[in-house]
Each structure stands twice: as structure tokens, then as C-alpha cells.
Design a binder for this molecule. Structure first.
Ligand SMILES: [Zn+2]
Length: 498
């Protein structure tokens, strides 16, 4: 009995020591030399400033995918590769291909977007939207709508140009109908200007699937079909009371299509490291950074290549160094890890928008995103961790930093709340979809978005200590019995409804 107990204790100690050694051996791969070398590769002139899309961006993605392969990560991209691609071709509303169709009894109307309608809010491009129709109009419809379920329905909002349509549309959008068709008595010239405006070029991936389509149509184009369904626009508009009623004998279909002007695409790079625990490995921590920057600007300065060393070769280096560290034998935590470098950040968070709309694992199983954007400059002993107050990740980070004073890296709260940095890098696409985040950021400087943001100015020693802190935080989150939790008030404010 005694002997057996000793054996068990010794065995347990050996396992813990083994795990501890694994964690340490991972930590030791994160070095200033590695950080400098990787920043020099990613922010080299040969990468051409990594605009989205560009050859330099593709070259950067290949380099990162090659490193992920060398570390033995599983591919998390398209068709068994490390690359997840999204369309960034320029596109334009397809005028003749898009339509609002109405049918009531024998009367049909097909309204196109070339003359008689325009798109107020894009959504679900390339698909047709159908559903039962609810007519809304008159005076004070807002209150009358409280108890009405509009999901999957098409709202026909009868608008009078003498009132603003914005509050009514905003109230309706919150009730998540499939589409809103606004019937308007707007005057011909103003209407024509809005019709022309909708054909402006769009860039970046189509991420409008989850929003409600809002289109506006001229009375004259639909009133005959509506009359066949017993709907009198003038009568509803003049009504002193609210009108909210289902139109059972009216069918409406809204089809919105884009025409692609070219077919460029851009990559995210995704590598996955499976966790060590058979149950917790179904949950994931994402480590993210954006590998793109703003490219080249000829004729503005003597140096035409904007290298983006701090923004964000530094964070990208962080993700690669973390992938290397966690893939050391014995270093992987119980939860699984996703290493993600995105593109299109500088154009409006495109890559993270695409990743969170098309994640390789269900988004509900992603327990945290730790994002690094600009971690190679400024103070040597502090790093701003934006979002600390919004979840218990902040307290976990403080605990890890206190337990590792040898790192000499003190995490602090957002110093610039008025700048809204919380909403300005890729972590926000995770946060707004319900994933708790921390955003590591050293603040801007005189070289921010200038050709002078060059690799020689990166403090690799300091950056290596920030990455070590994120590594130890990842170990803590990855091995914790419970997943991170939102502060409920922050959740209500930040997370958007599905
Ligand atoms: Zn930037």
C-alpha cells in the first residue's frame, strides 16, 4: 500500500515535471533573434508592402504556410491546405439581374434596379429572398410592431417622404426580417440620383449574408400590383393610425446580384494544433494578426514601399513564434489552438470578417481570440491589452504577468478609449460574434502608416517578451477547467445578435 502510494505520487510528479519541461521548452523557442529574422523577412522590400491583393501578400502567405507545415500544424484552410481564400474582386450591383418581383392574383410586376429601385442596404447578394409579406405604415407603427414576429418575412414599408425613413427602418432591422421593401413617394430627380449612386464599385469579400436587405422602390412601379392585392398606398400613407397587417394574397421576391469586374482573391493562413485533452480539444483558442499592409505609394516619398514592420509584421511574427513554441513536444495545452494570419485588414478587416463568417470549426467552440497588431515599438516594459475590462481574460492576463515577473512586461488597460481601437483590428470580428478577446497593442508612433515603419526600428528583445507573455497566457487559458467569460454588461454592448 505504502509502496504503491509512493509510486503513484512519483508518477504524478514526473508527469507534471514533464508538462512543465514541455512548457519551458516551448517558451525558450521565442527569442529576439527569431523575432528579428521573421520581421526582416515579412517587412522586406521584396514583399512590396503586402497590399491586398498583391504578389507580395501571396509570398508572405506562402512563407507562413511553409512554417506552419514545418511545425507540423494541421491545415485549417480550403481543401486540406493552409490557405483560406476569399474573393476581393471589384464588383458592382447587377442592374438588370437584380429585381423586386410582385405577384397578386393575375397581376405581376418585375421592378429592376436600373430606374425604379435602389439598394439601401446590401445583403445576401446572388440569392433570391422570399417570405410572407407584412405591410407596415401609417402613423406610429413602431409601437404596433412590438409584439409582431418579422423573422423570415418581407416587410413592405409604406414611407412618406415628408418624414425620415431612418428610424422606422432601424426599428424594423432590429426585428430581423428577411428583407424590407420601402415604397416611396420620393420625387423623381432625388430618386434618380439615388438609383445612379448604387452602381458605385464595391471591393472586398461579400460579408452581407447576415444582414437584412433594404431596397426602396418608386410607388408608380408597384402600385398596380399592390392594388390587385387590396393595398392602397395613398390610403395607408394618410392613415392616422398604425397599419401592420399580413398581405396573404401578395407574393414578393427580392433578388440582389453582383457583377464581378475582375476576379482577384486574397489569402488567410490557418494552422491548427490539436489539444491534449480528449474532451477540451473540441474547444479552440485563436492567435491572430494581420499579415497585410498598405503596399506601395509611388511619387509621394523617395521610399515607395510601405514595409509595415510594426503594422503588422510584428504581430504576424508573434503568431508564427507562438505556433513554433506550442508545437514543441509536451507544450500543447488541453484545448486546441488555431494560428491565424489574415489579410485585407487595412482595407476594413476583410480577412477576419471572412474567417469568422466561414470558420474551420464552429464559432461557438472558439473560446478566445488573442490578437496582436503593432507589438514591436514604444515602451520596453508595458503592453496595452485592449478589452481587459470586457471579460475575465483581463484578470487571467494580470495573474499570468504577476506570476512571471522575470518577463518584465506589465499589461495595462486601453490608454486611448476615445480612439476606439477596440473596433479597429481583427479581434473585433470575433468580439461582435461573441468570442471574448484581448488585443495586444503598443500604440501608434510617428512611423505609423508611413514608409518609415521599417524593420530596423523593431525592438525584437522587447517584442519577444510580449510574445512569451501571450504564450504563457495561452497555456493558462488552454489548460483552465472553464472557458473565458464575458462581463455581462460588455456582452450586451458589444456582441451583435445573429
Ligand atoms: Zn495599419
Amino acid at each position: 500500500m505504502f509502496l504503491r502510494r509512493i509510486t503513484l505520487v512519483a508518477l504524478f510528479a514526473a508527469t507534471r515535471l514533464g508538462a512543465q519541461n514541455g512548457v519551458t521548452s516551448g517558451l525558450e523557442t521565442i527569442t529576439p533573434i527569431d523575432v528579428r529574422r521573421r520581421v526582416l523577412i515579412i517587412a522586406d522590400d521584396s514583399m512590396g508592402g503586402r497590399d491586398t491583393p498583391s504578389r507580395g501578400l501571396e509570398r508572405t502567405a506562402s512563407y507562413i504556410a511553409g512554417e506552419f507545415r514545418r511545425f507540423g500544424l494541421q491545415p485549417g484552410g480550403d481543401q486540406g491546405s493552409y490557405l483560406q481564400r476569399f474573393n476581393v474582386g471589384r464588383r458592382q450591383l447587377d442592374g438588370p439581374g437584380s429585381a423586386i418581383e410582385l405577384a397578386a392574383g393575375g397581376t405581376r410586376a418585375r421592378v429592376t434596379f436600373e430606374r425604379d429601385a435602389f439598394v439601401l442596404q446590401r445583403a445576401q447578394m446572388q440569392t433570391a429572398i422570399d417570405g410572407p409579406v407584412v405591410v407596415v405604415g401609417g402613423n406610429g407603427a413602431g409601437a404596433a410592431l412590438t409584439a409582431v414576429d418579422l423573422r423570415e418575412k418581407i416587410v413592405l414599408l409604406v414611407h412618406d417622404v415628408r418624414r425620415s425613413r431612418v428610424p422606422a427602418i432601424a426599428a424594423l432591422v432590429r426585428k430581423q426580417p428577411a428583407a424590407i421593401v420601402v415604397a416611396t413617394n420620393l420625387d423623381g430627380v432625388a430618386f434618380a440620383a439615388l438609383v445612379a449612386e448604387q452602381f458605385g464599385e464595391q471591393a472586398g469579400p461579400s460579408l452581407e449574408e447576415r444582414t437584412t436587405a433594404v431596397v426602396e422602390v418608386r410607388d408608380g412601379a408597384i402600385d398596380e400590383a399592390l392594388r390587385s392585392a387590396g393595398i392602397e398606398l395613398a390610403g395607408i400613407r394618410a392613415s392616422r393610425t398604425a397599419v401592420v397587417r399580413e398581405a396573404k394574397n401578395l407574393a414578393v421576391r427580392v433578388t440582389l446580384r453582383d457583377r464581378f469586374l475582375d476576379d482577384a482573391s486574397a489569402p488567410n493562413v490557418v494552422g491548427i494544433l490539436e489539444g491534449s485533452d480528449p474532451r477540451l480539444r473540441n474547444e479552440y483558442i485563436v492567435f491572430s494578426a494581420h499579415m497585410d499592409h498598405v503596399g506601395t505609394r509611388h511619387g509621394m516619398t523617395a521610399d515607395s514601399i510601405w514595409n509595415g514592420a510594426d503594422d503588422d509584421a510584428s504581430g504576424t511574427t508573434g503568431v508564427i513564434e507562438l505556433a513554433e513554441a506550442f508545437s514543441r513536444p509536451g507544450a500543447r495545452p488541453r484545448r486546441s489552438l488555431i494560428f491565424l494570419t489574415v489579410s485585407g485588414e487595412e482595407h476594413g478587416l476583410w480577412g477576419s470578417g471572412w474567417f469568422t463568417a466561414h470558420p474551420p470549426v464552429p464559432l461557438a467552440r472558439i473560446v478566445a481570440d488573442l490578437n496582436m497588431d503593432m507589438i514591436g515599438r514604444n515602451w520596453r516594459d508595458t503592453i496595452v491589452a485592449i478589452g481587459k475590462e470586457h471579460s475575465d481574460l483581463g484578470a487571467t492576463l494580470d495573474r499570468v504577468a504577476r506570476a512571471h515577473r522575470e518577463l518584465r512586461m506589465h499589461p495595462i488597460n486601453d490608454l486611448w478609449p476615445d480612439e476606439n481601437f477596440y473596433y479597429r483590428s481583427d479581434h473585433f470580428n470575433f468580439a461582435r460574434r461573441g468570442v471574448p478577446i484581448l488585443f495586444f497593442f503598443n500604440g501608434v508612433h510617428a512611423d505609423y502608416h508611413e514608409p518609415s515603419d521599417s524593420p530596423d526600428k523593431i525592438d525584437a528583445e522587447k517584442e519577444s517578451r510580449i510574445i512569451r507573455l501571450v504564450y504563457l497566457l495561452g497555456q493558462e487559458i488552454g489548460n483552465a477547467p472553464n472557458r473565458p467569460r464575458w462581463n455581462p454588461e460588455s456582452y450586451r454592448r458589444i456582441v451583435q445578435p445573429e
